[in-house]
Design a protein around this ligand. Structure first.
Ligand SMILES: Nc1ncnc2c1ncn2[C@@H]1O[C@H](COP(=O)(O)OP(=O)(O)OP(=O)(O)O)[C@@H](O)[C@H]1O
Ligand SMILES: [Mg+2]
Length: 243
């Protein structure tokens, strides 16, 4: 599968230029992201690996427009996000991004299907099609039978699968998944990865997946490692013409 000629500007989904993020605790500022550069084109399937605490979730939250960088430029589908206000960021996020949180973030008072349905409602979908779509997505992650359960009645892995259904339900351009198989056994995790890879192949879903799982990373055509607050990409597989 082609992954573009690198400069496929028309198909640029994400562009990060010298992204920095510092956390200030008392008098001490710690720079976690130290100049991250990354270009992701439509249809890319990309994994990010790296040791615990290196800043992967920090980066994902910035790409997902949930946090702002201390410095640097982030473009999503060609749109510069730095000058956008919170409403514009929310609108862009709702329209374009499906986000799977490392800790799921399901709303406890809503059932599984209602959690999946919420982003559809935010997008303006109404009527019976909302429930139908939510149930269809729950079925794809093997959770149809638990559709009426609340998060407190689900296991960690079941909650994770509901979170994945929610992220995919709206048919996002970009899936950002932070350890989407972290709570799953190998077989269930493989099924979820198969679902994501399938959407990548058939619908050109762009996906960025943080993972500790080598098997999951291996299935991604692009593999990036985070170290010392920056990213290093492994040479593209197959071609062997690594730059
Ligand atoms: N709100 C915060 N305030 C201060 N420091 C923070 C904050 N959030 C994260 N950090 C620090 O930033 C660093 C990176 O955290 P992050 O959650 O991005 O790591 P990670 O690579 O996702 O780790 P893991 O693989 O364990 O999920 C850690 O040292 C963490 O302590
Ligand atoms: Mg993390």
């Amino acid at each position: 599968m082609s992954r573009g000629a690198g400069s496929g500007a028309g198909d640029a989904m994400l562009s990060l230029v010298d992204i920095r993020r510092s956390y200030v605790t008392g008098p001490v500022a710690t720079e976690i992201l130290r100049g991250v550069r990354l270009e992701v084109n439509r249809g890319d399937l990309l994994s990010i690996t790296g040791p615990s605490g290196c800043g992967k979730s920090t980066l994902m939250n910035i790409i997902g427009l949930l946090d702002r960088p201390s410095a640097g430029v982030l473009r999503i589908k060609g749109q510069e996000t730095g000058a956008m206000d919170d409403r514009e960021l929310s609108a862009l996020r709702n329209r374009s991004i499906g986000f799977v949180f490392q800790s799921y973030h399901l709303l406890p008072r809503f059932s599984a299907w209602e959690n999946v349905a919420l982003p559809l409602v935010y997008r303006g979908m109404t009527g019976a099609s909302v429930r139908r779509r939510a149930l269809e997505m729950l079925d794809k992650v093997g959770m149809a039978e638990r559709a009426g359960h609340r998060p407190g009645e689900l296991s960690g892995g079941q909650s994770q699968r509901v979170a994945i259904a929610r992220a995919l339900a709206g048919g996002p351009d970009i899936l950002l998944a932070d350890e989407p198989t972290g709570a799953l056994d190998t077989e269930t995790g493989g099924g979820i990865m198969g679902l994501i890879a399938g959407l990548n192949a058939t619908e050109r879903l762009t996906a960025v997946i943080i993972t500790h799982d080598r098997e999951i990373a291996r299935q991604c055509a692009r593999r990036v490692r985070m170290r010392d607050g920056t990213l290093n990409e492994a040479p593209a597989r197959g071609g062997g013409s690594g730059r």
